[in-house]
Design a binder for this molecule. Structure first.
Ligand SMILES: C[S@@+](CC[C@H](N)C(=O)[O-])C[C@H]1O[C@@H](n2cnc3c(N)ncnc32)[C@H](O)[C@@H]1O
Length: 220
């Protein structure tokens, strides 16, 4: 995974902006609004990549610690806009923090890359303080009426656009496959509940092609 993201890192933001038709920044802003709703003090942005989600949280007044597996992605985050964010190398299954360390936790476009979901959700739950909020922004399955168009776009257009803009087509061929094998939004909500999160809810964006899931660690 770190090897794949080493290749993706230099062109990641540019390609993302184009293949999301400019939506990625807006979606991260909405996810950051969710995370900041209860005015958390310390926020963990997990799998921060080039730091775009961390930046959105920071702009809303959050003090952010960001973790990622890929030194290549973290280098870009460091060079770009993450001045006030603490950036750390780390794996989602072994976060370098004590229990109950964070008031909120964000994960943007990375759940599909994790080794399963049960282990990562367990770690998220552990490092959140009681009452702390998890916000996940992720690609999802579009509504039925948009499914064919979405499928063609992801399968045909996205790898070509990725290649045109300097990425490796094979990395972007992985995308539709990873979305197809990822739990649909209601199922992801159930997995969060099984991991112990409460007040779980989700919001579909972009005709369901993207979703924001929220859940809170139980109080006490
Ligand atoms: C698609 S990028 C998303 C980056 C960023 N959150 C964003 O909004 O653009 C996925 C990120 O997850 C990181 N990642 C994948 N598996 C990981 C793991 N097991 N532990 C920590 N980070 C991981 C990758 O290195 C990559 O930077």
């Amino acid at each position: 995974m770190a090897e794949m993201f080493r290749h993706l890192a230099p062109s990641y933001d540019r390609i993302n902006r184009v293949i999301s038709l400019g939506g990625d920044l807006r979606w991260r802003r909405w996810a950051a609004d969710e995370a900041m709703r209860s005015k958390p003090g310390l926020v963990l942005d997990l799998a921060t990549g080039t730091g775009k989600m961390a930046k959105a949280v920071q702009l809303r007044g959050g003090k952010v610690v960001a973790v990622d597996l890929s030194p290549g992605m973290l280098d870009i985050a460091r060079k770009k806009e993450c001045g006030a964010t603490t950036l750390l190398l780390g794996h989602v299954l072994k976060l370098p923090f004590q229990d109950n360390s964070f008031d909120a936790l964000t994960i943007a476009f990375a759940l599909r890359d994790f080794p399963g979901l049960a282990g990562p959700f367990r770690e998220c739950y552990r490092v959140l303080r009681p009452g702390g909020k998890l916000v996940c922004l992720e690609l999802s399955r579009p509504r039925r009426w948009a499914a064919l168009l979405h499928h063609l776009y992801m399968k045909r257009a996205v790898p070509t656009i990725g290649w045109w803009l300097g990425g490796r087509a094979k990395d972007y061929r992985f995308l539709p496959h990873s979305v197809a094998h990822f739990p649909a939004a209601p199922e992801l909500a159930r997995l969060l509940e099984s991991a112990g999160f409460r007040q779980v809810h989700f919001r579909r964006l972009a005709a369901g092609a993207v979703a924001i899931h929220c859940g809170c660690k139980e109080n006490g």
